[in-house]
Design a protein around this ligand. Structure first.
Ligand code: PLP
Length: 358
């Protein structure tokens, strides 16, 4: 099996697995919010993890653990006021529109350029919102947005800058100019079921989940020391390996592009995370391709997460018509992908496409 779906989720790092196991043991299951020795040990592990996660984020803020990046983004946008965002954002942002409108807030979605990037100039002259939301690296096509320019334009409007950094955190630097950052452990070789929102000091938010007052009363609920420790260990490994991982991914990208040179790249070739190769080939039947290349785990570029078969909102935002969008595939690779496996997968995919006569 060759796993090429790194944008959906990443393999668990051995270091993260190891860090988690201890907190699943018979004498280490304490509640990190309990005052006794077991509780204090668990709380200390959570603190260490929080520092490890924060080490890849700007200074001057705090990390609030959540159940996912989806929850972190929902928390950031909960009753936050008027929102300006972009058409290629993740549904965790875009689907907050209905709730915002129901509460009387504006929620405007700005177009992106044909190469899939948000443009800070689109913010000029807009009615000032309370929040501007823009992602760092797109999950479907890998394009990198000009976050410093967008944050500067947001600040000119007096807005808070929310950055969905799920696909960028641990891979490229998070710019200092943002105010809120959503991240997820399972995209950086950590466990599923934990994310975080980084909040700049002074930014006021309203809790989504109320209860015991954990996480500074912003996110009630008992934390899992095992998930926190796994997230922290994954972040620490990412921090150590950030350059090595990027170089490995760049090498893989060149190798894959060579084999698939007749395929058309979706999104900017220049401004991108190279672990994401979203390609299209006119006339391709993607579902057939996926079922024929059984040993390769990759995604169709067009099907939305719910599998409804609707063309992807991201590819549509680039100006692709539904037929073109439906001929797209996404190959996602990274730290644990070998060149040999990637080349073998690309050759299988290209051969299966040729069998279709395309
Ligand atoms: N934002 C982006 C860019 C993503 O890729 C994802 C996951 O696919 C999310 C948000 C949601 O992350 P989570 O799975 O932690 O809810």
């Amino acid at each position: 099996m060759i796993y090429l779906d790194y944008q959906a989720t990443t393999p668990l790092a051995p270091e993260a697995r190891e860090a988690m196991l201890h907190w699943l043991g018979d004498d280490s299951f304490g509640n990190p919010h309990s005052p006794h020795r077991m509780g204090r040990a668990a709380a200390a592990a959570v603190d260490v993890a929080r520092q490890q996660v924060a080490a890849l984020l700007p200074p001057g803020g705090r990390v609030v653990f959540t159940g996912s990046a989806t929850e972190a983004l929902n928390l950031a946008l909960h009753d936050s006021g008027d929102v300006l965002t972009f058409a290629t954002e993740h549904p965790a942002v875009l689907d907050c529109e209905r709730h915002a409108r129901r509460h009387g807030f504006r929620f405007e979605v700005l177009p992106v350029s044909a190469d899939g990037r948000a443009d800070a100039a689109a913010l000029a002259g807009q009615r000032p919102p309370q929040v501007v939301a823009a992602m760092q690296v797109n999950n479907e096509i890998g394009t990198i947005n000009p976050i410093p320019a967008i944050a500067a334009a947001a600040h000119d409007l007096g807005a808070v800058m929310l950055c969905d950094a799920v696909q960028g955190y641990g891979r490229i630097a998070i710019p200092d100019c943002v105010d809120l950052v959503a991240i997820s452990a399972h995209k950086i070789h950590g466990p599923k079921g934990i994310g975080a929102l980084w909040i700049r000091d002074g930014v006021k938010l309203f809790p989504l989940i109320r209860g015991g007052g954990q996480e500074g009363a912003l996110r009630s609920g008992t934390l899992s020391p095992a998930l926190c420790a796994g997230f922290g260990a994954a972040a620490a490994v990412a921090a150590q390996r950030i350059e090595e991982d990027a170089a490995h991914v760049a090498m893989l990208w060149d190798a894959a592009r060579d084999v698939l040179s007749r395929w058309t790249l979706n999104g900017s070739a220049e401004h991108r995370w190279k672990g994401n190769l979203n390609l299209r080939l006119a006339g391709l039947n993607v579902n057939r391709l996926i079922s024929e290349c059984r040993g390769v785990m990759f995604a169709g570029g067009s099907a939305c997460a719910s599998g409804s078969g609707r063309p992807s909102h991201v590819l549509s935002a680039l100006g692709l018509d539904p037929a073109e969008a439906k001929t797209s595939i996404r190959l996602g690779f990274g730290r644990y992908t070998s060149r040999e496996d990637l080349l073998s997968a690309c050759r299988q995919i290209d051969a299966a496409a040729r069998e279709q006569g395309v």
